[in-house]
Design a protein around this ligand. Structure first.
Ligand code: ARG
Length: 260
């Protein structure tokens, strides 16, 4: 495995488990009320790559979100279909409102702003922000970015945090995806990246980059569904999430991506 294992994340996930262990026990929804965009399928939109949550391996989409979605689809007697989409349209609600997919599984933080346009499942992962810099950088924290540039992903909570917290003369460069951010810092086009910690940790694997600072933003990821008409789907997804936690499958998938 190429991803950093992190004891802190394990602790955070345990907290999530405790929080949601007493979730609802609604009866399974009939498929008719689920209002699926394609019958028999759970059509999932995700901005890929965002490892270890969603990435491509041997020509197939995989990762923490994708594996959870596969379990949820199976539990609902549906076939999983994954579509790679841009994150900004997904988080704004536009992609789902356009009927492109039933659900967004994209390491998406539940925010009040997004809840105006999307319905969210129960939280399934706790996360935080971080600043990634080249290993030989003299930047040790966000204040050192004065007069420098930082890459962010457009439409993300990392972008919002960055714009609210960098010095006035920092250049904030927004990229459509994490892959482009990473390429930019590797090429030396930006001095740092501000992104969700688990994803930035992956970028430290080869030793060329390091985490300069972490930000306890208290974020929780949720699966995103249509604001209107998704009541049964939300209930069914939450029911599956609870079942997956109870059966130990959540922990098994978690351990695949986050523990030794
Ligand atoms: N958690 C952050 C947010 O919700 C970043 C998510 C980006 N996800 C992705 N698959 N690109 O804004």
């Amino acid at each position: 495995m190429i991803f950093k294992r992190n004891a802190l994340l394990a602790v955070l996930a345990t907290g999530t488990l405790a929080l949601t262990a007493c979730g609802g026990s609604d009866e399974p929804a009939a498929e008719g009320g689920l209002n699926l965009v394609s019958e028999g399928n759970l059509t999932v939109c995700s901005d890929i790559p965002f490892p270890p949550f969603e990435f491509e391996e041997n020509g197939e989409y995989t990762g923490f979100d994708i594996d959870l979605m596969r379990e949820i689809a199976t539990g609902m007697d549906l076939e999983l279909v994954v579509q790679d989409v841009g994150f900004d349209g997904l988080q704004s609600g536009a992609t789902i409102a356009a009927g492109q997919c039933d659900i967004g599984a994209s390491a998406m933080t539940i925010t009040e702003e997004r809840q105006a346009n999307l319905a969210f499942s129960d939280p399934y992962y706790d996360s935080l922000q971080s600043l990634l810099v080249p290993a030989d950088s003299d930047v040790t924290g966000i204040d050192d970015l004065a007069g420098k540039s930082v890459g962010v992903q457009q439409g993300t909570t990392g972008e919002t945090y960055t714009r609210e917290n960098v010095p006035a003369d920092t250049e904030v460069v927004a990229f459509p995806s994490d892959a482009e951010m990473y390429a930019a810092v590797q090429a030396g086009n930006v001095d740092a990246l501000l992104q969700d910690l688990p994803v930035n940790l992956g970028h430290t694997e080869d030793g060329a980059f390091t985490i300069a600072e972490k930000y306890e933003t208290d974020e929780k990821y949720g699966f995103a569904m249509a604001k209107e008409g998704s009541e049964e789907l939300v209930a069914a997804v939450n029911e599956q999430l609870t079942a997956i936690r109870d059966s130990g499958k959540y922990q098994e998938i978690y351990d695949t991506y986050f523990t030794e």
